[in-house]
Design a protein around this ligand. Structure first.
Ligand code: PGA
Length: 252
């Protein structure tokens, strides 16, 4: 039985003060953490320290949204894995479609980051997803399969269990248009079979996940949780979303 995972991806939202207020309100809303669901939030780099301090002992994990693969060096504006680990970060989102499409991040860069994260004890949360054009052309499965294989190239089978994957159709992110459960499950099945050894790897669905639709994904066989953007920014709303996911019980 795989534990589900729900991660809040805050993107470029919230200052230090706003983060402190969020965490205090969120933990108050969510006095008991759900059984069978792991939780994490991914604030911007500048708010990781305060988030880590406020989350300490809560059982809610701390994730970063990106990192560089080198341990140090002349990489202006970049952050290394060890710098994140020092702040109590235990996971890092890699290859988010906004990084790939807005900042030109390549499959090769994502692969190097996956290796660096694993080497530093961070859980890589590797995002893959097709564009609307690729979906309409019937290439969605091929696209996400290729992204998954590229991201995980050279990762030892024993390390695959430390990886989390996230399927985020680009056309469903921030658009309010979520991917239907059956369609998501089928594409996530294609991701799972694209690399040997992914049977027990958690795959999250992301793209306009909301309190109203989160539970519908709970029983899809290939869906092991959610990567939530906009709906993770309000503490009461995010807590309600988590409760809605939990109300479906733990999936066998
Ligand atoms: P969204 O973002 O929930 O706002 O669509 C999801 C994501 O990009 O991780």
């Amino acid at each position: 039985m795989m534990r589900r995972l729900i991660v809040g991806n805050w993107k470029m939202h919230k200052t230090v003060a706003q983060t402190a207020a969020f965490v205090d309100a969120f933990l108050e809303e969510l006095l008991t953490l759900p059984d069978g669901i792991d939780l994490a939030i991914a604030p911007p780099f500048t708010a990781l320290t305060i988030a880590g301090e406020r989350l300490r002992g809560s059982g809610v994990g701390l994730a970063a949204q990106n990192m560089h693969w080198e341990p140090s060096g002349a990489f202006t504006g970049e952050i290394a894995a060890a710098m994140l680990a020092e702040l109590g970060v235990t996971a890092v989102i890699l290859g988010h479609s906004e990084r790939r499409h807005l900042f030109g991040e390549s499959d090769d860069a994502v692969n190097k980051k996956v290796h660096a994260a694993l080497a530093n004890g961070l859980t890589p949360i590797v995002c893959v997803g097709e564009t609307l054009e690729e979906r309409d052309a019937g290439n969605a499965d091929a696209r996400v399969g290729a992204q998954t294989r590229a991201a995980l190239a050279g990762v030892q089978t024993r390390d695959l269990t430390k990886v989390v994957l996230a399927y985020e159709p680009v056309w469903a992110i921030g658009t309010g248009r979520n991917c239907g459960v059956d369609q998501a499950d089928a594409t996530m099945g294609a991701i799972r079979s694209s690399v040997a050894g992914l049977e027990t790897v958690r795959i999250l669905y992301g793209g306009s996940v909301k309190v109203e639709n989160v539970a519908s994904y709970a029983h899809a066989p290939n869906v092991n949780g959610a990567l939530v953007g906009g709906a993770s920014l309000d503490p009461a709303g995010f807590a309600a979303l988590i409760r809605a996911a939990d109300s479906q019980g733990t999936k066998a």
